[in-house]
Design a protein around this ligand. Structure first.
Ligand code: 13P
Length: 250
């Protein structure tokens, strides 16, 4: 089965609404590539103007987080229904920065994944090991645990549509990209884990991204790996370089 590549930008806490629109207008002509799904995951306050600015282009819009409850007294949170109404198709769940600074756990990740699917939003589910975990040789065990909990009660039909982002924490924002072999090894282990939880068909359908210091220089080799179906890009997604990353195959 051939999977369509998916290359997503994670803007993190960057770009005011007016800066966001200017950036979309700058990047729009650079990120045209029919072979790839292109997603801009943007701060919540930028979503509405970015959806408007992306109209008529190949860019789909994602959120960087959402809450797992339907609605109610959760001051400051944003629901799946709000995201859908604003035109969002993807949501990043469980980024390592949210796990580290905002106390997200595998259990809250699971609740958010279920809630995203309940509203027809595609979750981009993040996993990744710390440098200590890699050095201790427990990377694969750790990632398998994150995946197994994230997918609790998720049906095979839903899982086939999910996106998983493998982001080694030591590679995020450090300029230290994982080697192609390291990235492929873990992405394959994730696919094997999905096959174990579900079946081969689901494992063959699910898309697995690599993230962590992806650049125009490293993208072509990374995305050529059998089990790497694109990337989740931080810093470079805010620059014209993102156009080169999206067009890694040209
Ligand atoms: P960088 O590409 O800046 O390393 O960030 C990766 C990331 O965290 C994407 O979610």
């Amino acid at each position: 089965m051939s999977r369509k590549k998916i290359i997503a930008g994670n803007w993190k806490m960057n770009q005011t609404p007016s800066q966001a629109v200017a950036l979309v207008n700058q990047l729009k002509p650079l990120v045209e590539n029919q072979d790839v799904d292109v997603v801009f995951c943007v701060p919540a306050i930028d979503i509405i103007p970015v959806v408007e600015a992306c109209k008529g282009s190949n860019i789909q819009v994602g959120a960087e987080n959402m809450y797992f409850e339907e609605k109610g007294a959760y001051t400051g949170e944003i629901s799946a229904e709000m995201l859908v109404d604003a035109g969002v198709q993807y949501v990043i769940i469980g980024h390592s920065e949210r796990r580290e600074y905002f106390a997200e756990t595998d259990e809250t990740v699971n609740k958010k994944v279920l809630q995203a699917f309940a509203h027809g939003i595609t979750p981009i589910i993040c996993c990744g090991e710390s440098l200590t975990q890699r050095e201790q040789g427990i990377t694969i065990d750790w990632i398998r645990q994150q995946i197994k909990i994230a997918f609790l009660q998720v049906t095979a039909e839903q899982a086939a549509k999910a996106v998983i982002a493998y982001e080694p924490i030591w590679a995020i924002g450090t300029g230290k990209v994982a080697t192609t072999e390291q990235a492929q090894e873990v992405c394959k282990a994730i696919r094997d884990c999905i096959a174990e939880i579900y079946d081969e068909q689901t494992a063959a359908a699910i898309r697995i991204q690599y993230g962590g210091s992806v650049s125009a220089a490293s993208a072509p080799e990374l995305f050529a790996q059998e089990d790497i179906d694109g990337g989740l890009v931080g810093g470079a997604s805010l620059k014209p370089d993102f156009g080169k990353i999206v067009n890694y195959n040209k």
